[in-house]
Write a protein that binds this ligand. Structure first.
Ligand SMILES: [Ca+2]
Ligand SMILES: [Ca+2]
Ligand SMILES: [Ca+2]
Ligand SMILES: [Zn+2]
Length: 527
């Protein structure tokens, strides 16, 4: 009877508000089902009802928030043969011992102060016992709610917390906090995932004890009667899938199914071509927010020799930009660990997009720079198939908008510039080919501000009559009052100098120096 009343209300609530919740399914072919229930629920006759029936209010989240929460949770469960759904009809059609309802609700006063709560192993109980995520106690934060949904679902699938212990087996944290910052910051889903981007399954010391390791993925599968999804692409060159080109570009969706999974692709180039390829993990926002897999790409020759490994250390995505001769190549996509995370849980969806194009006439233009004798010395290396007309040296103060500084001839591979100003300067070199006058840019470098403040050194910044200074070089000076009116000018020489200020002015004075193409100003207080 009690189970029936839950079913009745679920159907009733479908009529009231099901239409307001986006109906989403991550893997509809799976029988096992996790229902993220956002539109409120009436719970009776379950192990939660020690104080009577519970009327849980709807989460009142925007559809876009619900979609993001769903996508985050779906990605955490992407390797399992399980469907994450927001659709009550799909949940009610699932086998009763292979389903769980996660109620996302602001109604928490019946329980107390927790982000969520669940019974361990309740996924298979078959008695409609739900689990809870308390959205208001999580400040209605989308990331927090999603992490709590994955975490509470993990409990219902039999998982304990991932905990940390010291050398003497004293528990130092019930909820492992993980480590790191930025895109690759990591924490276990069964620890506390709120503050780290990369939250994954883990094989670590559980809350039960220092010597009790919990292999999250294996335990989920063995406790609940559903399996891992099948691998989508072969692991070895014999099983490689040909990259499916549409014109000169391609798009591939895949999944890294396990720590040992390698998805192998075959690339056949009829002529020499430039390959540009991006491998991006499934994510929900900037900086790969919500991703679960750190991707490494490896390019192999037809003989399986490694040509290149692409795995930026502080990013989850990876990219290739290289020119290859005609021939057959293999591309391996896999999940890896990083500074913060181990390989174990680096699994999930990825997208490979790329294209092949005729190689650029300029295929290498690398700029280096250094400071020497008050100059910025710039040196570059170039490889080009076409004749280069000239190099244009460009500078920028912000590293974004560049302007021409000067041009040098096509045979030059270095130049020098005496910098002015007191901020660092960004440089790049533009190679202009004779044939098509198209510009190709080097990398951007930055060098520190010019050494001008060392050229003239004031020995006293507050004076009665005489300004004393030391100069590295002969230069011109102008003495002014703050409105720009000139009250003295002349030359100073290399070495120690004295400048006499007019006796009738007092207060702030400006002393401007001109040396070569530099102008700078010092402030002096005349007492
Ligand atoms: Ca995650
Ligand atoms: Ca795979
Ligand atoms: Ca594979
Ligand atoms: Zn927990």
């Amino acid at each position: 009877m009690k189970t029936l009343s839950v079913l009745f209300f679920a159907l009733l609530s479908f009529q009231i508000s099901r239409a307001q919740v986006p109906l989403l399914n991550s893997y509809p072919q799976a029988a096992a089902t996790v229902f993220l229930d956002f539109d409120g629920a009436y719970v009776t006759g379950t192990s939660w009802n020690w104080n009577g029936n519970i009327t849980a209010s709807p989460a009142s989240l925007a559809p876009s928030s619900i979609i993001e929460i769903f996508n985050r949770v779906a990605e955490d469960y992407s390797i399992f043969n399980i469907n994450i759904t927001t659709d009550s009809i799909v949940y009610l059609a699932a086998p009763t011992r292979e389903r769980i309802r996660i109620i996302i609700t602001p109604t928490s006063d019946w329980y107390g102060n927790a982000g969520g709560v669940s019974f361990i192993g309740s996924f298979t109980w078959g008695d409609e016992t739900p689990a809870w995520v308390f959205s208001q106690l999580l400040s209605n934060n989308i990331k927090y709610i999603a992490e709590a949904c994955s975490h509470e679902t993990g409990h219902t699938l039999g998982l304990q917390h991932q905990s940390t212990y010291d050398l003497y087996c004293n528990k130092t944290a019930e909820y492992s906090t993980g480590q790191g910052s930025g895109e690759i910051a990591w924490a276990p889903i069964m620890g506390v995932g709120y503050y780290k981007n990369l939250t994954t399954w883990y094989n670590g010391k559980s809350a039960i004890g220092c010597n009790y390791y919990q292999d999250d993925i294996t335990k989920i599968v063995t406790d609940n009667g559903f399996a891992l999804r099948d691998d989508d692409y072969g692991d070895v060159t014999d099983q490689a899938n040909a990259i499916p080109f549409d014109g000169n570009s391609f798009k591939i969706n895949g999944i890294i199914n396990s720590a040992s999974d390698q998805d192998m692709f075959k690339l056949v180039l009829p002529v020499s071509l430039n390959l540009r390829l991006f491998a991006i993990p499934q994510h929900v926002g900037n900086a790969n927010a919500g991703a679960d897999v750190d991707i490494k790409l490896t390019l192999l020759s037809v003989m399986s020799d490694t040509i290149g490994i692409y795995n930026p250390s502080n990013l989850l995505n990876a990219g290739v930009d290289t020119t290859l001769n005609a021939g057959t190549y293999y591309l391996v996509c896999e999940g890896v660990g990083n500074l913060n995370a181990v390989d174990y849980g680096s699994v999930g969806h990825y997208f490979l997009t790329g294209n092949v194009n005729a190689p650029l006439p300029v295929h290498y233009l690398k700029l280096k720079g250094k400071e020497a004798n008050n100059y910025h010395v710039l040196e570059w290396k170039v490889q080009a198939d076409e004749y280069i007309k000239e190099f244009e040296i460009q500078f920028s103060n912000d590293g974004i908008s560049f302007r021409k500084l000067f041009s040098v001839g096509s045979r030059e591979t270095s130049t020098a510039y005496m910098p002015a100003g007191n901020t660092k300067i960004f440089y790049r070199v533009k190679a202009i080919t004779l044939a098509d006058e198209i510009g190709y840019y080097s990398n951007v470098i930055s060098l520190p501000p010019g050494p001008k403040y060392h050229t003239v050194r004031l020995l006293n910044s507050s004076i009665k009559n005489i300004i004393k200074l030391y100069s590295d070089a002969d230069c011109n000076y102008t003495l002014m009052i703050p409105n720009g009116q000139v009250i003295g000018q002349g030359k100073i020489q290399k070495g120690l100098n004295s400048i006499v200020a007019p006796g009738n002015v007092k207060g702030l004075l400006l002393l401007r120096f001109v040396y070569a193409n530099e102008v700078w100003t010092e402030k002096i207080m005349k007492l």
